[in-house]
Design a binder for this molecule. Structure first.
Ligand code: GDP
Ligand code: MG
Length: 292
């Protein structure tokens, strides 16, 4: 049978049970890594592998949250998610009957298959659960609506099976059964991106690209060297900061996360280089791993 692989974006308010759900799915199958690395593109939470399947779960932190004030940024996130998801999981918990109509419209228009997952049904009566399902079926008439209890592992396999049906045929995006050098480099660069995202204002994170140009495991230490490409001198100056304070700060944060991730001491070197208009340059793009 042909291999299927794809990205599953989970959206849902804080506390609905996204992490519990993923743990239930991934369990021992988490053969790559769980990364907290958060980026403007993906925040990969876990990768589920089977012989013929690779499911890559990401989430969009907090976008349904009514406190999310930056409407524009939220729509950015949604648009981003809509361009790179193969399947959407829209997760709610029983009793939750609020939604952002604008987001729901966008999701529907995208044509990407949606699974509405109603979690925590262990807390509700059966009759009530049917009403809940009907309610969400009206909001998303085209979607599958599945009621689960992530905590008690009820119907989680049903969601999993439905995802498998919906995924496109595609070779694996990541190595199937081991943490490879390639995936390690990917996650290390994501860690640096996350720290840049946390430490600098919008313009900077959107214009950087991080490349791990050297990765070497020694007995008690891992040596990592990263190049951060920016488009302008001014951005380079901001990243480095006065007397190198800015770069020192975010590189230290990144190093500490890398040490947690790798379980080893890390010696991290970070360079900032200016490469004008890298976004327009095809060679650069393919070097950075975009498919073009
Ligand atoms: P997240 O913020 O969406 O990732 O939510 P978490 O997975 O961290 O879960 C938030 C809380 O809900 C935790 O206390 C979980 O134990 C609880 N929880 C998650 N799934 C279920 C469920 O199926 N039933 C019940 N009763 N509680 C759940
Ligand atoms: Mg969580």
């Amino acid at each position: 049978m042909a291999h299927k692989a794809g990205f599953i974006n989970i959206i849902g308010n804080p506390n609905v049970g996204k992490s519990t759900f993923l743990n239930a799915i991934l369990g021992e199958k988490l053969s790559i890594v769980t990364s907290k690395a958060q980026t403007t593109r993906h925040r990969i939470l876990g990768i589920y592998n089977e012989e013929n399947y690779q499911l890559i779960f990401s989430d969009l932190p907090g976008i349904l949250d009514p406190h999310y004030k930056l409407q524009e940024k939220m729509l950015d996130f949604i648009n981003q998610a809509l361009t790179d998801a193969d399947v959407f999981i829209y997760m709610v918990e029983t009793g939750e009957r609020k939604y952002n109509p604008e987001i729901v419209e966008k999701i529907k228009k995208s044509g990407i298959p949606v699974i509405v997952v109603i979690n925590k049904v262990d807390k509700s009566e059966e009759a009530y659960i049917y009403k809940e399902m009907e309610y969400w079926k009206e909001v998303f008439p085209e979607a599958d609506v599945i009621a689960i209890s992530a905590l008690y592992n009820f119907n989680v396999d049903k969601v999993l099976n439905r995802i498998k049906e919906l995924l496109p045929e595609h070779p694996p995006y990541f190595p199937k059964d081991e943490i490879s050098d390639r995936s390690i480099r990917f996650f290390l660069s994501e860690i640096i991106r996350e720290k840049i995202l946390l430490n600098f204002k919008q313009e900077i994170p959107y214009s950087v690209e991080v490349v791990i140009d050297n990765y070497k495991e020694e007995e008690n230490l891992v040596r990592v060297s990263a190049i951060i490409y920016v488009a302008r001198d001014s951005q380079k100056n901001i990243l480095i900061g006065k007397k190198g304070e800015a770069i020192k700060k975010f590189a230290t944060q990144a190093r500490l996360d890398m040490e947690k991730f790798l379980g080893k001491k890390v010696f991290l070197e970070v360079f900032v280089k200016v490469r004008k208009n890298w976004r327009d340059n095809e060679k650069d793009l393919s070097r950075f791993g975009y498919e073009i």
